[in-house]
Design a protein around this ligand. Structure first.
Ligand code: DAH
Length: 340
């Protein structure tokens, strides 16, 4: 028996030492110590050993098992540490590699301008009043002193949806809603999309305007001039000057066009200002009494001023963009060049 046990042990130790992986090692363990293993069979046969030999044989069997188990556990540790080392080297991370760049989105220049305008006018006490993109002919034209046969209708190539409904051509339509919705004092800005059948390098069928309207007691053209002067300095730089030129809009009387001194050349004349030293930025005026009266406002008590700003135009001027289409493409190569 002793020889048999020694033979099993020697063979087992040899197999264990030769096992090249965890699976092979497990296989060796099963063939010797598993349910149907060789040593297990001997242990099971202990009942047939004579009682006087049993302690002696039991001791040999146990010694054999312990020797095999200790060898198994040493080999297991060795194989596990080898496997871990192999994993470490296979999964090695090179922390000096350059990081993968995630392309970063940016706000569109028109959104930047819109946010800036809301900040500037908000700080002057203006509230935001959102109008609607689909309007009736009445709010877009008639209530703004532009009746059916008025020649000023030709200035705006309108997309009609039906004889009554249209895509608003100007945020001015919101003025009338604001005056109908609340009593003076009114001090609102109304940013939003407008639509005209017009398409070239500086015009697009869809663009954005921001309307402004103030109605209160004693409002004059002077208030408009002072407020616009402050606005232009905020948006184009403290050094710019403003000037008003007479113009015509049916809903304002008098009407003006507002120019700023060229912020690129300082007024001496350059490509941006077409050599004139001035850049046209918006239309404005004193609200026509006909418009106020149409909204039920007593013109003996109240007066107002209004202005309309083309936001793409401001964005193009500010960021030196020469084609309006670039503003709608959201091309990161363009957006990445803009300084916020
Ligand atoms: N609605 C005008 C346009 O689209 C812009 C404008 C001019 C708005 C004068 C005004 C204003 O409120 O007073 O051309």
């Amino acid at each position: 028996m002793r020889d048999k046990l020694n033979e099993i042990k020697d063979r087992a130790l040899l197999q264990i030492a030769g096992a090249e992986g965890l699976e092979a090692l497990n296989e060796v363990r099963n063939t010797i110590l598993g349910k149907k293993g060789e040593l297990t069979a001997i242990l099971k046969g202990m009942k047939d050993v004579s009682p006087e030999d049993r302690p002696k044989v039991g001791k040999w069997v146990n010694e054999t098992r312990e020797a095999i188990e200790s060898c198994l556990s040493t080999q297991l540790k060795k194989l596990e540490s080898e496997a871990l080392k192999a994993r470490y080297s296979a999964e090695k991370i090179d922390v000096t590699m350059p990081a993968k760049m995630q392309p970063k989105g940016r706000l569109n220049p028109v959104t930047l301008v819109r946010n800036q305008l809301i900040d500037i006018f908000g700080s002057m006490g203006f509230e935001v009043y959102e109008g609607t993109e689909i309007e009736t002919d009445y709010y877009n034209f008639t209530a703004l002193n532009t009746p059916d046969d008025h020649p000023a209708r030709d200035m705006q190539d309108t997309f009609y949806l039906s004889p009554e409904f249209l895509l608003r051509t100007q945020t001015s339509a919101g003025q009338v809603h604001a005056m109908e919705a609340g009593k003076p004092p009114i001090k609102i800005i109304s940013p939003g999309k407008v639509f005209r059948s017009d398409d070239d390098a500086t015009h697009s069928p869809m663009f954005s305007q921001m309307e402004g309207l103030v109605v209160d007691k004693g409002i004059t053209l002077c208030d408009l001039k002072g407020m616009l002067d402050k606005f232009c300095k905020e948006i184009f730089g403290q050094e710019v000057k403003t000037r008003l030129r007479p113009s015509y809009f049916p809903f304002t009387e008098p009407s003006v066009e507002v120019d700023v001194s060229c912020f690129q050349c300082g007024g001496s004349g350059c490509k941006l200002c077409k050599g004139t030293g001035w850049i046209e930025v918006l239309g404005a005026g004193v609200v026509n009494t006909k418009v106020l009266e149409g909204c039920g406002i007593d013109t003996n008590e109240y007066s107002g001023f209004a202005f309309g700003i083309g936001m793409e135009r401001i964005a193009m001027l500010k960021y030196g963009i020469n084609n309006i289409k670039l503003l709608f493409e959201s091309d990161l190569r363009v957006l990445d060049q803009l300084e916020e």
